[in-house]
Design a protein around this ligand. Structure first.
Ligand SMILES: NC(=O)c1ccc[n+]([C@@H]2O[C@H](COP(=O)([O-])OP(=O)(O)OC[C@H]3O[C@@H](n4cnc5c(N)ncnc54)[C@H](O)[C@@H]3O)[C@@H](O)[C@H]2O)c1
Ligand SMILES: O=c1ccn([C@@H]2O[C@H](COP(=O)(O)OP(=O)(O)O[C@H]3O[C@H](CO)[C@@H](O)[C@H](O)[C@H]3O)[C@@H](O)[C@H]2O)c(=O)[nH]1
Length: 442
């Protein structure tokens, strides 16, 4: 099948590359010419495990092409995927201007009957709107049918998820269009769930909102555990053994970040509000998440009330491991606050430093490894649970001015921190080696 994919971000590029890998001929289109030039040379503009190799292979085998010219990209396309961004507007609703622009571009250039597939996360009713825009703007007498096909990949395991997803959701008005999409996806061997368009749109938001709810729920439990002396990891493990609850997405931490949960939860609150329904539960989830991001700093402030001139190591900047994505990362809030409080920040991340430099306060300094970040620091904050951080030799913390580790991701066992005399504050677990007399020494 000849396919065009519009937008080459995390979703568009992974979709295009995966579709080419199972044998389709794919042209990826983006308005960012610099990105296109890079990708033509086989250079991936994003860090995503396995993506570069798969991309290079399919370029060489002649199935994967890139262009910044929509007309050229649509020329032989039988199916066009829309995978542009739907970022958050100031009021929390989804900004649909990129999607609407693509709908106009498609209508303007369409020269044959085409299935238009919406991969972008869009509010319920948007696919109908896209269909209307296309129908109103068509230049040639052709038939374009819009199908909803929301994406469920996770950053950091996007290629794996494409080939091992739990389901592919197809929302369509006609059996013919749904069948075309099912046929395209057959080689992935992932179960297909077909429904109407509005339900497909809602499945995407409801899934993200539910996962975010699990995270805020366990974070609330962790805060109560801290006060009562229980261990949230054992609590989550014990809960997760009940198959009705499930053992995934019960890791307590510093709240959810990234390009999806924060914006999609707020958008769903707006979607509900638009039909005069107050989504009280989800409002609570968002509020809990905002509170959770501040807890790490509160723990640090309790131990070091005056941060002026203190050197603070920050391990991990990306919103989660195995990605260079900094969107809504906890590090944005944490480093900003540290600098504001007069601290010297020495940060390390295995892959996100280049992106971090574009957004973080200019006063943040960067180390080239965990060891350099931590050396001579007064406290270490852990924000992202990279394997490189989890597996670090604990002796590294002995090079600190005083071994105070405040871990927002529960990377280490309590016993090992205790045995190594490291003062260790984690999330929802008892504090290790906290002796009040140290307070004066810091
Ligand atoms: N990032 C994820 O993990 C993820 C997962 C599932 C769903 N989604 C959803 O998928 C959509 C895309 O997300 P993303 O993270 O890949 O976005 P992104 O911001 O990384 O990429 C969007 C790309 O679209 C390009 N673009 C914008 N307008 C264009 C136009 N008119 N023509 C061609 N290209 C254009 C931009 O230059 C950019 O490269 C969003 O709706 C998002 O909510 C994202
Ligand atoms: O138990 C957990 C699991 C995750 N997180 C945090 O939640 C955020 C999101 O993590 P994750 O869901 O793994 O990454 P995303 O790439 O944002 O993927 C989510 O958002 C995508 C965009 O919509 C969806 O496609 C995916 O299915 C959905 O998991 C990160 O900050 C994680 O640290 C936790 O705090 N505790």
């Amino acid at each position: 099948m000849n396919i065009a994919v519009v937008g080459t971000g995390y979703v568009g590029l992974v979709t295009g590359v995966s579709l080419s890998d199972v044998g389709h001929t794919v042209t990826c289109i983006d308005i960012d010419n610099e990105k296109i030039l890079k990708m033509k040379q086989g250079i991936s503009p994003i860090y995503e495990p396995g993506l570069s190799d798969m991309m290079t292979r399919n370029i060489h085998e002649g199935r994967l092409h890139f262009t910044s010219d929509h007309q050229e990209g649509f020329e032989s396309a039988e199916v066009i995927y829309i995978a542009v961004g739907t970022p958050e507007r100031e009021d929390g609703s989804a900004d649909l201007s990129f999607v609407e622009q693509v709908a106009k571009d498609i209508a303007f250039h369409a020269i044959r009957n085409t299935v238009v597939v919406t991969k972008s996360t869009v509010p319920v009713g948007t696919n109908d709107k896209i269909q209307s825009i296309i129908d109103e703007s068509l230049v040639q007498q052709v038939n374009l049918e819009v199908v909803s096909n929301p994406e469920f990949l996770k950053e950091g395991s996007a290629i794996y998820d494409s080939f091992n997803g739990d389901r592919i959701v197809i929302g369509a008005n006609s059996k013919e269009a749904a069948n075309i999409l099912e046929e395209i996806n057959k080689p992935f061997g992932v179960p297909v769930f077909k429904t109407d368009i509005k339900s497909a749109e809602m499945i995407k938001y409801a899934s993200n909102a539910f996962l975010a709810t699990k995270i805020s729920f366990i974070n609330e439990i962790s805060n109560i555990c801290e006060r009562l002396g229980a261990n949230v990891e054992d609590v989550a493990n014990g809960m997760g053994m009940d198959k009705r609850i499930g053992d995934k997405f019960l890791n307590a931490g510093i709240g959810y970040g990234g390009s999806c949960f924060p914006k999609d939860t707020k958008a769903l609150i707006q979607i509900a509000g638009n039909v005069e329904y107050e989504f009280e539960l989800l409002k609570g989830v968002v509020k809990v998440n905002q509170k959770q991001q501040g807890l790490l700093l509160a723990k640090l402030n309790e131990r070091i009330p005056d941060l002026t001139g203190k050197r603070i190591a920050v391990l991990g900047l990306a919103f989660k491991p195995n990605t260079d994505d900094m969107r809504e990362a906890a590090s944005l809030v944490v480093t900003e606050n540290l600098i504001y409080s007069g601290a010297e920040v020495m940060a390390y991340d295995p892959v996100a430093i280049d992106n971090a430099k574009k957004i973080l306060n200019d006063d943040v300094r960067y180390a080239s490894c965990v060891e350099d970040a931590v050396k001579n620091s007064d406290a270490t904050l852990i924000l992202t649970e990279w394997d490189e951080v989890r597996n670090v030799d604990l002796d590294v913390f002995k090079s600190m001015n005083y071994p105070l580790v405040i871990d927002g991701r529960n990377c280490f066992e309590l016993e090992e921190m205790k045995d190594n005399n490291i003062e260790y504050h984690s999330v929802g677990r008892p504090v290790q080696n906290h002796k009040v007399k140290h307070r004066q020494s810091i």
